[in-house]
Design a protein around this ligand. Structure first.
Ligand code: ADP
Ligand code: MG
Length: 234
């Protein structure tokens, strides 16, 4: 519980900082990107073409980190709509499959019979993508990642199971802390965003990990009939 509170506190702080500076950093970057493109197209710089491309792609990378950061820091209310998690997964599936295919890994989706939930499609897609990208990144080639949806007690469960390296127990309580990453090119914002999104859906994330693989579970409460839930959740 203390961990949970520390994590929420840091999310709040991140939110306030991001709201203040995220957009401001982007504007000058856009200007620089524009001038780089102009300069790079001039005959004088033909020999430096790849250098200009590298500078632009690095700016784009920084920009996508800011995007991730802003989506983590979102303080607006999440609009929820009644829909089925399986539909969201089916829509994403071609993209996920392509992701796996280019890494020479497999992906399997086993949809269960589940009731509709109040969801924000965009956010849930983001959560699924972040968890699946992590699962794929943790696995060697030929590894298989399994996505399942099913009902357990009064919850709809989304389970994402990989055959990756697992998460050392000393890292488990750092997961979801913004900027915690063990990857050379990681941002450490993926899981923090997942926790933020889970929270806006009243859902809980659980992790099972061993050196043979990791499963991320997302538990969504099923709405009890006759019991009104707010259309909007902060
Ligand atoms: P990033 O992917 O940019 O490193 P994340 O927030 O998505 O940031 O993940 C944080 C860290 O959690 C990762 O660097 C990795 O150490 C660990 N992690 C997350 N998911 C998995 C997984 N499925 N298997 C092993 N480690 C994982
Ligand atoms: Mg990630």
């Amino acid at each position: 519980a203390a961990n949970e509170i520390a994590r929420l506190d840091s999310l709040n702080l991140v939110g306030q900082l991001a709201a203040g500076i995220g957009h401001e950093i982007r504007n000058p970057m856009t200007t620089v990107r524009g001038y780089l493109q102009l300069l790079g197209a001039k005959p004088d710089y033909v020999a430096q073409k790849s250098t200009f491309e590298l500078m632009i792609s690095e700016l784009d990378r920084a920009n996508s980190i800011i995007t991730e950061f802003l989506s983590l820091a979102r303080t607006k209310q999440t609009e929820l709509k009644s829909q089925n998690l399986n539909d969201i997964l089916n829509n994403l599936y071609p993209l996920l499959e392509a992701d796996a295919f280019t890494q020479n890994k497999q992906i399997l989706f086993i949809p269960g019979e589940i009731s509709d939930l109040k969801l924000n499609g965009k956010e849930i897609s983001q959560l699924i993508l972040n968890l699946i990208r992590n699962g794929l990144e943790a696995m060697e080639e030929r590894g298989c990642l399994t996505i399942k949806s099913y009902v357990e007690d009064d919850k709809v469960v989304l389970a994402i199971e990989d055959e990756g390296c697992g998460i050392p127990s000393e890292d488990l309580n750092k997961l979801g802390t913004p900027f915690f990453t063990t990857k050379d090119n990681g941002t450490g914002l993926g899981l923090a965003t997942c926790y933020r999104i889970a929270e806006s859906h009243n859902a809980k994330i659980h992790i099972d990990s061993s050196p043979r693989g990791t499963t991320f579970f997302v538990f969504f409460p099923i709405r009890v009939k006759g019991q009104e839930q707010n259309e909007m959740i902060a």
